[in-house]
Design a protein. Structure first.
Length: 599
C-alpha cells in the first residue's frame, strides 16, 4: 500500500495481563491519537487464543469512535478503509504468554554456566535453572528436572575452543535422554542452542540431531578470560520468535491479521527510544515495567543497550521482587507502620490476582514501594550489562566484569543523562503524576539536571512497531500525545549532615522574574513551571556537593517545565535513608507533603 494514502492506523500491544489497542488518524494534516481501548489478554485457559483479547480491545475502540472497524461477525479487522469502515494499516507487538523461559547448561557452574546465564538474561529470558557437570546432581536428577520444568528453549555451552569435549558431550547426552517437550505446542521439537567448544560440534550433532531442533552459534567462552555473548543473544531472540511465539495460543491467526511482523514488546520500545535519542541528539534511559518483566533501555554516546529483567514485575513477578529486594528494602519506602505479615499477604494477593488494582490508599503506597525496588533492581542489572569496551564491544574478560561495574566503566553515566522516560502501568497510570516522578527519582537516583517524562497511556510499543512502516506518524503521535513532561529533577551528588545548606538556585523565569530557591540537605522542594516553559538557572551547590563541574562549583542549566514542575532533590547521592524507623517515616512523610503526592 502507498504510504501517502494511509489515513487511519490501528495498533495493538498484547501484554502479559492487558491487551491495549490505539487508533491513530490523520486530522488537519497531522497524525494524532484518537482513542484507546483495552481488554484482558486471553492467552491462558479457558480462552487460550490471544486474538480474542485483541478483538475485544478493538471492539472498545470501535464503540468509542462510533464507526465500524471489525467485520460483521466481529472476527476480522476490515482493511483497507472503505466507505468509512475499517482501517488502512494494522500492526501489533506482544509479550504475552509469560515471556521466554529457558534452562541453561555449562561444564563448570561458576564459569560457562554463569556465562550462559548472562547471555540468556541479556536476551530477555527467565532463567529457570542452571545445570553443570559439577552442580552436585546425579544424571537422573538432571533428567527429571528438565522434564519437570518444560522450558521454551535450552542453551548449552561449555569448553574453551580447542579444549576437552567429553564434559559437554555428557551434558548433551543428559538432554537427549530427557527427550524434553516444549511448554507451548505439542508435537514440535524443542529449540536447543549450542554455544560451546567448536571442536565439540560434531559430538553434539550426533547426540541431539533428530531429537531436538538443534542450532549452533559462536562459543560464549572462546578462551578462559574472554566472554562473547552477543551472537548467542541474537540467536536466542530469533529462535524465540520463530519457535515459541508461533506456537503460543492464537498467534498464527494474529500473524495473518497484521500488515507487518509482530514485534516483541521490548524490541519495539527499544526502537522508539533509539529514534528519540537520534532525532533529539540526547542521552536517554527508558523503562517499561510490566506485570511479569521490567525492561530497561539506554542510549549513551549513540550506543544502544537493552536489558530485560525477566523476574521483576508488578503482578505475576511481584513475589520475586519481594524475595530479591527483601522486606527491609520495600519497607523503607512505606511512610507508616505496617505489620510484616500484612505486607506479605498484600504481595501474594497481587501475584494470584494479577489484574487487580489498589482500592485503598495504603495498598497504592505499598504497590509503589514494590515498584521502586523492581525498578532499582532492574536498573542495577542493566548497568552491569551495558558496558562499553575499547576495541571490540562484545568481548570482555572475567576481570573486566568486576572492574568495569566497580569502577563505573558502565556506559550508563547518570551525569550525562538528559531524559528519563517511564512507562508501564504503575508509572503511566499512577493517580497523580507526582507519584510517577517520585518513583523514578527514588529508583534511578538521577544526578545533576535530568528531564523526567512518562508515557501517557503506555503506547510506546505500538509506536515502535509503527515507526518501522510510517516513521512520520509514529513521531508525530509520540511528541503530541505520548510523552507527558513531568518536569526537571535537580540533584547534586555527595553527602553531608542533614539540615546543612546544600544548594542555592537563581532561576530566570519565562515571565522575566527571578526566583531564588535555597535547599537544606535532606529535603525536597518543588517550584511550579508549566509544560512547554523553559527557565535558565545558575545552580550553586555547597562545598562538598557537586552539580557536575566539581565540588561547590556553580553550573548554568536550562530547566524544562512540566506537570509537576522543577524538583530540587537535595537528599544526596547515594541516597541514605535513616536507619531509625520513626525518623525515616517522618522524612518520607515530609517529602510526600512537599510534592503533594497523596491526598
Amino acid at each position: 500500500m502507498d504510504i501517502d494514502q494511509i489515513q487511519s492506523i490501528l495498533a495493538t500491544d498484547c501484554g502479559s495481563t492487558t491487551t491495549k489497542a490505539i487508533l491513530i488518524e490523520k486530522r488537519e494534516g497531522e497524525f494524532r491519537l484518537i482513542v484507546r481501548g483495552e481488554s484482558p489478554t486471553t492467552v491462558e485457559a479457558p480462552v487460550e487464543d490471544v486474538t480474542k483479547g485483541v478483538l475485544n480491545a478493538v471492539a472498545e475502540v470501535q464503540e468509542l469512535v462510533n464507526r465500524q472497524i471489525l467485520s460483521d461477525d466481529g472476527q476480522q479487522i476490515i482493511k483497507p478503509r472503505n466507505d468509512g469502515k475499517g482501517v488502512d494499516l494494522y500492526v501489533s507487538t506482544s509479550s504475552a504468554g509469560g515471556g521466554l523461559q529457558m534452562m541453561v547448561g555449562g561444564v563448570v557452574k561458576t564459569m560457562s554456566g554463569e556465562s550462559a546465564e548472562r547471555a540468556a538474561l541479556g536476551a530477555g529470558a527467565i532463567v529457570m535453572d542452571v545445570m553443570a557437570t559439577n552442580d552436585g546432581r546425579l544424571p537422573y536428577q538432571k533428567i527429571q528436572r528438565i522434564r519437570h520444568l518444560r522450558p521454551d528453549m535450552i542453551l548449552l555451552s561449555g569448553g574453551i575452543d580447542g579444549g576437552t569435549t567429553s564434559h559437554v558431550a555428557e551434558m548433551a547426552e543428559i538432554i537427549a535422554a530427557a527427550n524434553p517437550k516444549a511448554r507451548l505446542g505439542i508435537g514440535y521439537e524443542l529449540p536447543v542452542l549450542f554455544a560451546g567448544n567448536i571442536d565439540a560440534r560434531q559430538n553434539i550433532k550426533e547426540r541431539l540431531e533428530g531429537k531436538v531442533a538443534l542450532d549452533i552459534t559462536d562459543n560464549l567462552r572462546p578462551t578462559l578470560e574472554r566472554e562473547n555473548l552477543m551472537p548467542a543473544r541474537q540467536k536466542i531472540q530469533h529462535l524465540f520468535l520463530e519457535h515459541v511465539m508461533s506456537h503460543a495460543p492464537g498467534y498464527p491467526h494474529l500473524m495473518k491479521m497484521t500488515d507487518v511482523d509482530i514485534m516483541p514488546t521490548p524490541g519495539a520500545v527499544g526502537d522508539i527510544m533509539q529514534l528519540i535519542a537520534k532525532r533529539k541528539g540526547i542521552q536517554v534511559v527508558g523503562v517499561d515495567i510490566g506485570g511479569a518483566t521490567t525492561d530497561i533501555f539506554s542510549v549513551f554516546q549513540g550506543i544502544y543497550n537493552k536489558s530485560v529483567s525477566a523476574n521483576y514485575g508488578m503482578s505475576y513477578s511481584i513475589s520475586n521482587v519481594f524475595a530479591e529486594a527483601g522486606l527491609e528494602n520495600i519497607m523503607r519506602w512505606v511512610p507508616f507502620d505496617l505489620d510484616e505479615r500484612d505486607l506479605r499477604n498484600r504481595v501474594k494477593n497481587k501475584m494470584i490476582r494479577p489484574t487487580t488494582i489498589p482500592s485503598l490508599l495504603e495498598e497504592l503506597i505499598v504497590e509503589q514501594a514494590c515498584a521502586r525496588e523492581a525498578l532499582r533492581l532492574s536498573f542495577d542489572q542493566h548497568r552491569s550489562l551495558a558496558v562499553g569496551l575499547k576495541g571490540i564491544q562484545q568481548e570482555r574478560t572475567v576481570g573486566d566484569v568486576f572492574e568495569q561495574t566497580m569502577t563505573g566503566q558502565t556506559l550508563v553515566n547518570l551525569r550525562d543523562l538528559n531524559m528519563l522516560i517511564g512507562s508501564g502501568g504503575v508509572l503511566s497510570h499512577a493517580p497523580r503524576r507526582q507519584q510517577s516522578a517520585m518513583m523514578m527519582i527514588d529508583s534511578f537516583l538521577p544526578e545533576g539536571v535530568t528531564q523526567l517524562t512518562v508515557d501517557s497511556i503506555f503506547m510506546m510499543p505500538q509506536l515502535g512497531v509503527l515507526a518501522k512502516v510510517h516513521e512520520t506518524a509514529a513521531m508525530s503521535v509520540f511528541d503530541k500525545d505520548c510523552l507527558i513532561y513531568l518536569g526537571t529533577c535537580i540533584s547534586p551528588v555527595g553527602t553531608m549532615k542533614i539540615g546543612q545548606p546544600a544548594l542555592e538556585a537563581q532561576i530566570n523565569m519565562p515571565n522575566g522574574q527571578t526566583e531564588t530557591v535555597s535547599c537544606s540537605f535532606g529535603e525536597i522542594k518543588v517550584l511550579p513551571l508549566p509544560v512547554g516553559s523553559v527557565a535558565k538557572a545558575v545552580l550553586k551547590p555547597s562545598g562538598s556537593l557537586d552539580m557536575g563541574s566539581g565540588n561547590g562549583k556553580p553550573v548554568e542549566a536550562t530547566l524544562h517545565g512540566g506537570v509537576v514542575g522543577l524538583i530540587f532533590d537535595t537528599r544526596g547521592r547515594p541516597l541514605n535513608l535513616p536507619q531509625d524507623k520513626k525518623q525515616r517515616i517522618q522524612m518520607l512523610q515530609s517529602w510526600n507533603k512537599a510534592l503533594n503526592m497523596y491526598p
